[in-house]
Design a protein around this ligand. Structure first.
Ligand code: HEM
Length: 422
């Protein structure tokens, strides 16, 4: 009788201790305010109603988390080069986009992947050549749009990566995109399962593309990502494995397509409801109206850049960025222990009325006289610091080309009202 009773008391005390530790996590200082919520579930269900100020602790799906909408804290975190914090994404995200994806990679591997991407998508490689390629493709796709074939951004990214438009690869994309943001339940029939199936199919196609290219590798001038990746993989002591290259080839078109197409659609929606902005965009003076836009012209399209920044500011395309704390951080009188996740909500500053007057209004003119860079203290739509979006210049150029052609050569009407949910 005594033994079961003792067991019950021990069990009870262990549960009480566990709940106490859950609510009062270990910390070498003061944690930010907030609550850890219920054991395990944390505050997953209340996240969007929490009100503890701009920096608070909580727990979401079993993780210890500090949420930051504080611009200074976010800036400090983004400037870190992996010593205090590391980029972090959920395991289910890594399962889908690949374990060695650029977003989750660190140190030398991250540097190597980032350089490979910037070689293709950074502003140096964009200049004249890309402007004309983009022009040609935009015009072609705008014509195709009348036949309902909107896949411009996806096709262009795949072309830059592999030199061709692979129909089979495009076929895998819809299943993949449906499941990218879904509950990670790998059971036949679920969106997540379909997504992993889509990934497997796409990876088989990409592997064949890489194999075919391996057999025909030549020293050509105009290299795509397959050429560059194979060259890098052939170097002695390289850190780039075949799997990493395949993961990158798989993930980039989707990353580019998802974000850039959202931005284009939002820009059109905002412009449609703001005739003054649409008129100003339409009457851009051209040196020679019949030829394509030059790099110099693209750089001087100030109002277009203002429209793009305003769209990204208002559009919340990337609502949060995650970092994992690798060494205790002292910040603003608080201590964030190693192992915790920081969820940096960059859009909070974009909608802060003290930084942007009447923040929910689409007003491209507010950017007059402000910096139009991809990142500044009050604009982090493309992230900031060492992980600043590697496709920022590329996507801005894509959107500029698209907006210019659609407003100068076409008129559009809204056929069915959509609703953007923030
Ligand atoms: C409007 C469109 C886009 C938005 C709003 C956007 C936003 C972002 C943000 C916020 C980050 C930082 C993530 C972090 O710090 O963890 C990021 C990273 C990245 N983006 Fe974009 N992005 C866009 C388009 C693109 C495109 C078209 C490409 C591909 C060419 C691309 C490639 C990347 C890559 C490779 C990274 C990782 C950089 C690194 O970790 O060093 N993005 N993007």
């Amino acid at each position: 009788m005594l033994y079961p009773l003792l067991c019950l008391i021990v069990l009870f005390l262990s549960i009480v201790l566990w709940i106490y530790h859950w609510e009062n996590p270990r910390c070498n200082g003061k944690l930010p305010p907030g609550s850890m919520g219920l054991p395990v579930a944390g505050e997953s269900f209340q996240l969007f109603t929490l009100q503890y100020g701009s920096l608070f602790k909580t727990s979401l799906v079993g993780r210890q988390i500090v949420v930051s909408t504080d611009t200074d804290v976010n800036r400090v975190i983004f400037q870190q080069k992996g010593k205090l914090v590391q980029s972090w994404y959920m395991d289910s995200f890594d399962d889908i986009v690949g374990k060695e994806n650029v977003l989750s990679s660190h140190g030398f591997l991250h540097k190597c992947l980032r350089n490979l991407i910037l070689n293709l998508f950074g502003s140096e490689s964009l200049k004249e050549k890309q402007v004309s390629e983009m022009e040609e493709l935009t015009s072609k796709h705008l014509r195709l749009w009348s036949c309902q074939q909107p896949s411009m951004i996806y096709d262009f990214t795949v072309r830059k990566l592999s030199g061709c438009n692979n129909e089979k690869l495009r076929g895998c994309s819809s299943a993949f995109l449906d499941g990218l943001i879904s509950f990670p339940l790998n059971i036949p029939g679920t969106a997540y399962w379909k997504c992993l199936q889509g990934r497997n199919k796409a990876m088989r196609v990409i592997k064949i593309m890489l194999e075919e290219r391996r057999g025909t590798l030549t020293k050509k001038q105009d290299k795509d990502f397959l050429d560059v990746a194979l060259e890098e993989m052939n170097k002695a002591g390289t850190i780039l494995s075949e799997q990493t290259a395949l993961d990158l080839l798989f993930a980039l078109p989707f990353a580019a397509f998802e974000s850039a197409s959202s931005a284009v659609v939002l820009a059109l929606q905002y412009l449609q409801s703001n005739p003054l902005a649409l008129a100003e965009l339409t009457c851009m003076e051209r040196e020679t109206k019949d030829s394509g836009i030059t790099w110099k012209e693209y750089k001087s399209m100030t109002f277009t850049h203002m429209v793009i920044n305003e769209t990204i500011r208002l559009g919340n395309i990337v609502p949060t960025i995650f970092r994992k704390v690798v060494k205790d951080i002292e910040i603003k009188d608080y201590n964030i222990p190693a192992g915790w996740i920081i969820l940096a909500c960059t859009p909070a500053v974009h909608l802060n009325p003290t930084k942007y007057e009447d923040p929910l209004t689409f007003n491209p003119w507010r950017w007059k006289g402000r910096e139009l860079n991809a990142s500044s203290k009050f604009f982090m739509g493309f992230g900031s610091g060492v992980r600043l979006c590697a496709g920022a210049e590329f996507v801005k150029q894509q959107i500029s080309s698209f907006l210019h052609h659609s407003v100068t050569n076409y008129r559009w009407t809204v056929m069915k009202e959509g609703m953007a949910v923030r």
